[in-house]
Design a protein around this ligand. Structure first.
Ligand SMILES: [Fe+2]
Length: 367
């Protein structure tokens, strides 16, 4: 199978992997030909990439980091509980987090179990995300990335559990911000921007009252927008004053935000998201966390079509878990655009690098 941007899919392309809706029900099954109509529907749902069948790579299959069933179950829990909180906030009622926390704790345990059993680099590229449910998907994705990064940094199980809860609830304060503001495509007014920025403190106030959650969880919500050099918010904390978990969540949060399709901008690919993190490495984010994150996520996801510095083109066939920036490439065209088929392991061929991804060129024209 091969990954294609939704804009470059044509009528002959057949879906190689089923696409599920928020509830885990198949929206489109594998094997269907993607008509204009279906492509339009997927685009409207905010999906950027699909896996299509491809004879040259039919032996390549992409496993999800989190299986569709766990993902759907986790999303349902997050969605229902966040909506309850949002309703209570709208009515001005006080929120009893302790009533809801066992459900969140369950989700963290489920995700941790899956991450532990799946040793591959984390890849969550082809998820259907409707714009209105972005916060729920984002909360789940940030939990997955934070737990995978926390595990790479050697945190123990109980630390990972607290980190996971902090990650899942980091944006809880956004439940008090109207969707029209969260999804606004035009420039935000100062008041609207302040309202959004306030979510860190609002989340903290809600979570710190809990008797069952660690106070650290509340601080994850409070501090996840603080940056190493003191340029973040709400308190402009810097360096060691920012808790380690909040630093982990900050990295995961930015990466998921920029690699997700939003109403106001298109998704970056993982290697671009990572470049953005690197541009802030040592100033906004801890260098060791960015370096470890680069080894945690599939920078070049399986199925992605790439151009190499030796002039050849190919498709990512396998991620080297020790070196995700140097995957194994199924070469499909040589330097003269003649079709060939051979596998090239970039972890052996250190003089060859990936210089571009063909699928995204059109997509970024209008950036
Ligand atoms: Fe946030």
């Amino acid at each position: 199978m091969k990954l294609k941007s939704i804009d470059s899919v044509d009528n002959q392309d057949r879906l190689a992997k089923a696409i599920y809706n928020d509830l885990g029900q198949p929206l489109l099954n594998s094997g269907v030909e993607l008509s204009d109509n279906m492509r339009e529907r997927l685009k409207n749902k905010g999906i950027s990439y699909v896996y299509v069948e491809d004879p040259l790579t039919d032996d390549i299959y992409v496993e999800d980091t989190i299986n569709a069933k766990t993902r759907a179950k986790s999303l349902k829990t997050i969605q229902e509980n966040f909506n309850t909180i949002s309703d209570q906030m709208a009515l001005g009622k006080s929120i009893d987090i302790d009533k809801l926390s066992p459900a969140f704790s369950h989700v963290v345990k489920d995700i941790l179990t899956e991450i532990e059993s799946n040793k591959e680099a984390v890849s969550m590229l082809s998820e259907v995300i409707s714009f209105d449910s972005y916060v729920f998907h984002h909360s789940l994705n940030v939990t997955v990335y934070s737990l995978a990064l926390g595990q790479k940094m050697g945190l123990n199980n109980s630390e990972l559990h607290d980190l996971g809860l902090g990650a899942m609830l980091h944006d809880l304060g956004k439940m008090g911000v109207p969707l029209e503001v969260l999804n606004k495509s035009e420039k935000l007014t100062d008041e609207e921007f302040d309202l959004i920025k306030n979510h860190a403190s609002v989340g903290f106030e809600m979570l710190r009252k809990s008797h069952t959650l660690s106070l650290l969880t509340a601080h994850c919500a409070f501090q996840h927008h603080e940056r190493l050099d003191g340029s973040g918010y709400p308190r402009q904390l810097a360096g060691a004053d920012i808790h380690y978990y909040a630093k982990i969540i900050g990295v995961a949060d930015v990466f998921d935000a920029v690699t997700s399709n939003r109403i106001y901008r298109k998704a970056m690919l993982p290697h671009e998201g990572l470049e953005l993190l690197y541009s802030g490495s040592g100033t906004l984010f801890e260098k060791e966390l960015v370096d470890a994150f680069a080894k945690t996520v599939a920078i070049y996801p399986i199925g992605l079509q790439v151009k190499l510095s030796n002039g050849k083109e190919g498709i990512v066939a396998k991620v080297n878990s020790d070196l995700p920036s140097r995957p194994i490439i199924r070469i499909i065209n040589d330097e003269d655009k003649q079709s060939i088929q051979e596998d090239l392991d970039l972890s052996d061929e250190l003089n060859v690098t990936i210089v571009g991804c063909e699928t995204v060129i059109d997509q970024y024209k209008n950036y």
